[in-house]
Design a protein around this ligand. Structure first.
Ligand SMILES: Cc1cc2nc3c(=O)[nH]c(=O)nc-3n(C[C@H](O)[C@H](O)[C@H](O)COP(=O)(O)OP(=O)(O)OC[C@H]3O[C@@H](n4cnc5c(N)ncnc54)[C@H](O)[C@@H]3O)c2cc1C
Length: 413
């Protein structure tokens, strides 16, 4: 109750969003900056190697793009160069669900890629043939087969791709589970703990300075701060080519179970997400979630720091698309919508690895599928930082070349 007076319970400052600085440690082996799914996965993997990570999150765990995610976990249409490593990323989520008793609703519901024209048909067949050659289970569906797999998708589709092993997880529960497991393995994870600056001494990282001026010393610092990673790295004179891209989602009122059974997505042209993307799925709560990136909407610098309205044009075009694909849903009432910011790199792959300042690392830049990659990236980076083998040696080497920040990053100071 507002203004009710009386004694406050201990820990009050932290619970209302201000951290009691006396709780901050003075040093750590490794500091991870950012408590989205990626930073938490890095902290978990580091803790499992026996390192003692300290994770610092400016606001609340999973409160940025992570909590706004549709969190589909799959390999379909993610790019052939990453196929093997994405398949392993999916295996890690499956194994994590098995190990923890699946408190985060890991659900292997499958994915349908709808096709509206002959160009889409060519693109869909291209994806399926090439992925199958790498061992994927995906296949093409005729309209009749699609009617069995996704009965309410009765719009004017010519056919579909089908990836039976794509799963989804609940993003909030997955975040909580990774956080709990990381803490259980020895990580210290603090929310409402914003990092203001990097401490650099004699050309190498020496720790971080918090917004209140407190210094925390560490010989290794990982920037897992999504689209904010660039601003932080610039304090060590390193520019990261990460652009915050606005991603939007609508959620309807709850609908009967199995109104939509699979993850329903547009078959992508080879241009990837930027060329047009739609993803529709039904949450375990019954809400239908509609996410699209209609064009590359590059957000102005700083936009990610404020909560923004979903543009009305997006709402209207989303309603049109939903009604076109699922005519029985054209009158479904909307409940809410949200905007979040994904960090996108020039080649749409993560930057994960060392930066040109000894002891400084980055793990950011997701092209809209960082949830899927998170556990794998955490293990990759923990292996690189601690020198222990966490991933299979071939996958570790693949990840090192796929995600090396050096492909884009140079020191500017
Ligand atoms: C609508 C939508 C649908 C999506 N669907 C999918 C999907 O189906 N599958 C999939 O794999 N991915 C999906 N994604 C993308 C996925 O959610 C992201 O790739 C992933 O959550 C990125 O996580 P992150 O930890 O890198 O970033 P974030 O969640 O942005 O975490 C970064 C954290 O760093 C913190 N931070 C920033 N500055 C500081 C500082 N100075 N000090 C301390 N902390 C700081 C921030 O507060 C934030 O919590 C979707 C995203 C959206 C918006």
């Amino acid at each position: 109750m507002r203004g009710s007076g009386g004694p406050r319970p201990s820990g009050y400052a932290a619970r209302v969003g201000r951290r009691d600085v006396t709780n901050l440690p003075q040093s750590a082996e490794v500091i991870v900056v950012g408590g989205g799914i990626v930073g938490l996965s890095v902290a978990l993997a580091l803790a499992e190697t026996g390192a003692k990570p300290l994770l610092l999150e400016a606001k609340s765990f999973g409160g940025a793009v992570t909590g706004g995610s549709l969190a589909a976990i799959g390999t379909h249409m993610h790019g052939l160069a990453e196929y093997e490593i994405m398949a392993h990323a999916c295996d890690l989520w499956r194994a994590f669900a098995d190990r923890t008793g699946n408190p985060f609703e890991h659900n292997p519901q499958g994915q349908v890629g709808f096709i509206l024209d002959s160009e889409g048909m060519q693109s869909g067949e291209g994806w399926v043939n090439e992925e199958r050659a790498l061992g994927a289970l995906c296949r093409m569906l005729t309209p009749a087969e699609l009617a069995e797999v996704e009965p309410n998708l009765t719009g004017p589709v010519l056919g579909a791709t089908y990836a039976p092993d794509t799963a989804t997880v609940n993003p909030f529960l997955a975040t909580r589970t990774v956080l709990a497991e990381a803490r259980g393995a020895g990580a210290v994870a603090l929310d409402h703990a914003p990092v203001a600056n990097l401490l650099v001494e004699a050309g190498r990282i020496a720790g971080v300075r918090m917004e209140d001026g407190t210094q925390i010393h560490a010989t290794q610092v990982v920037l897992a701060s999504g689209p904010w990673s660039h601003e932080i790295s610039m304090r060590a004179g390193i520019a990261l080519p990460l652009v915050p891209r606005q991603a939007q989602c609508l959620a309807t009122l709850r609908q009967p179970r199995d109104t939509i059974r699979r993850v329903v997505s547009a078959v992508e042209s080879r241009g990837g997400v930027a060329s047009g993307y739609t993803q529709i799925q039904q949450a375990a709560s019954g809400q239908i979630l509609f996410n699209t990136v209609v064009d590359f909407i590059e957000a102005p610098r700083g936009a990610k720091d404020t909560v923004r309205e979903v543009p009305s044009g997006f709402v209207l075009s989303s309603i049109d698309t939903l009604g076109m694909l699922f005519p029985s849903l054209s009158e479904v009432p909307l409940l809410r919508s949200w905007v979040r910011f994904e960090a996108v790199s020039p080649d749409a792959r993560f930057l994960a690895g060392p930066l040109p300042c000894e002891g400084l690392w980055v793990c950011a830049g997701d092209n809209g599928s960082g949830f899927c990659r998170a556990l794998m990236l955490g293990r990759f980076l923990a292996g690189e930082i601690t020198g222990t083998s966490v991933l299979d040696a071939d996958l570790q080497a693949d990840a090192r070349s796929l995600y090396a920040p050096s492909r884009h990053v140079e020191a500017t100071a």
